[in-house]
Design a protein around this ligand. Sequence first.
Ligand SMILES: [Zn+2]
Length: 329
Amino acid sequence: MRFSVGIDLGGTNIKAGLVSELGEIIQDIITPTNADSGEKAIASRISHTICQLINRGNSFGVGLQDIAGIGIGAAGLIEPVEGVVHFSPNFAGWHDIPLAGLVQEDLAQNSTNCKISALPIVLENDGNAMAFGELCHGAGVNVRNLVSLTLGTGVGGGIVIDGSIFHGSRNAGAELGHTIIQSNGRLCGCGNYGCLEAYVGRQYIIERTRRKIVAEGRYSSLEGNLNDLTPKMISDAAEKGDEVAVDIFVETGKCIGVALTSLAHILNPEMAIIGGGIADAGETLLFEPIRSELKKRAMDTNADSMRVVKAQLGNQAGLVGSAMLVFQN
Ligand SMILES: [Zn+2]
């Protein structure tokens, strides 16, 4: 059995795991990213985590010779071959940071076993890594063409075509959160108007709930929680029949259905995988509205051939996907 190390480098935490080629996480570690500490400090924290995992692997009978490499997933514009982060929303001021090289240098300087630094490091956009994780060991097993959306503060995207991640000409492809769903819509964090992310990102879901209750004066069981609302609270209320909360998820589902209609027409994928915390709202609240909007809008063949399913790997998709990249290369 072969193994690899997968790293999901987020703005808040570094999640790392020693993963078998079957997608089983043998050991994992979560450590704070300290996003403001600079690229060298972050590379060093990643390298330290890698050494810890490899040492722990030893006690499970996984030797260095069994480890094929290291995969790192990070948000932003990533150059996978060179291992460079051109820019990242999680790390203000990062421009053209050779992250894979920095990690490798730190491993060479500090790992007690110098052979660790000889392991290949693959860097990938986190949305792409999640799509690849789901393809290898999640909802997309045996699927050749899929799109994936990860709903959170922002909306991550990934596209798999013929079993491989689609990068685009300069690795800036698959920014599915910036699919336009309203030509004169809300301002998005990217500077454009009407992007999917501007409608289904965490903050706007919360803001819209507040507005329905305060500005529109609708009754809701969430009235007492207006200052600390979370999508989870809104979905819990919706499950108990709160009408405002139900409307919020129906609207969110419709927005996603509109975006998927474009993707169904452009790519005709077999599957759309929806993950991230907001997807936990589940079948009735979220997935049925998505599917009915898609069915209403898309051409029959395009709608019928695209299954819309929930991600299976949960918040481990990025970690598992990053680890699997090593075996692809
Ligand atoms: Zn945008």
